[in-house]
Write a protein that binds this ligand. Structure first.
Ligand code: ADP
Ligand code: MG
Length: 227
């Protein structure tokens, strides 16, 4: 089992009160799945994927990653874990505008301690993989939304993560651009067994998914979409 959440409760402090946003979440995700997460705005989808991606460790309950508890890890152990095991793709890209496309994609390799001069081949390969091999010297603000998201996917893939979290990756895109991004994620999932956990508002994107998670008022339910 790649991911297992056991009885996760999540609270945010609101003034002197606390607001419960996840209620007793039990969830399992196996390697190779393409999971689509749907639910109303404010239901807890981003909160859930932030926990899955080791961005948030302030919750009650147990998170087992490949059978090992990550609930007690320190912040530095968690960021190490993040760098080695998960790639992120966000609706608003989270690219660094002052850096080139090459530098954006290279960054996780540098964090992983790989010397700069040994990164060029991997970066070029990742950019080719998402169809923007010719953009490496450009800056993000010179690119279209679809191209920016390709950069983000290349960056997410560069450390060969165990899974990718995509939080509304096509949320701000027209149908055609959205489809091209989904084809890339789907291809990675089918041909390279990359596990994808994707939040979306668009029910038509479930055709790319093997499983669906519904989040309603912080209650999480998972179902299978394909045999
Ligand atoms: N940092 C925060 N502090 C306080 N409340 C938050 C915080 N982040 C999210 N929330 C609240 O938690 C609930 C779930 O938010 P979120 O996980 O972002 O929902 P979704 O991604 O499904 O739209 C919402 O009511 C939101 O207002
Ligand atoms: Mg959200």
């Amino acid at each position: 089992m790649l991911i297992e959440l056991q009885n996760i409760d999540k609270y945010y402090p609101v003034g002197r009160e606390k607001l419960q946003v996840l209620h007793g979440v039990n969830l399992q995700i196996e390697q190779g799945e393409f999971v689509g997460i749907m639910g109303p705005s404010g239901s807890g989808k981003s909160t859930l994927v932030n926990i899955l991606g080791f961005l948030d460790s302030k919750y009650e309950g147990k998170y087992l990653f490949e059978g090992h508890s990550v609930s007690g890890l320190s912040d530095s152990e968690l960021s190490h874990m993040r760098n080695r095991t998960v790639g992120f793709v966000f609706q608003d890209f989270h690219l660094i505008d002052a850096a080139t496309v090459f530098e954006n994609v290279q960054m996780p390799l540098l964090y992983a301690g790989i010397p700069s001069k040994k990164t060029a081949g991997a970066v070029a390969q990742a950019l080719e993989r998402v169809g923007i091999g010719d953009k490496s010297k450009q800056r993000p603000n010179q690119l279209s939304g679809g191209q920016k998201q390709r950069v983000a996917i290349a960056r997410a893939l560069i450390n060969q993560p165990r899974f990718i979290i995509a939080d509304e990756p096509t949320g701000a895109m027209d149908t055609k651009t959205s489809a091209s991004i989904m084809e890339i994620l789907s291809d990675l999932n089918k041909n390279e067994q990359v596990t994808v956990v994707m939040v979306t508002h668009d029910p038509t994107l479930l055709k790319y998914c093997t499983h669906q998670i519904k989040v309603v008022d912080g209650v999480v339910q998972k179902g299978t979409l394909k045999p």
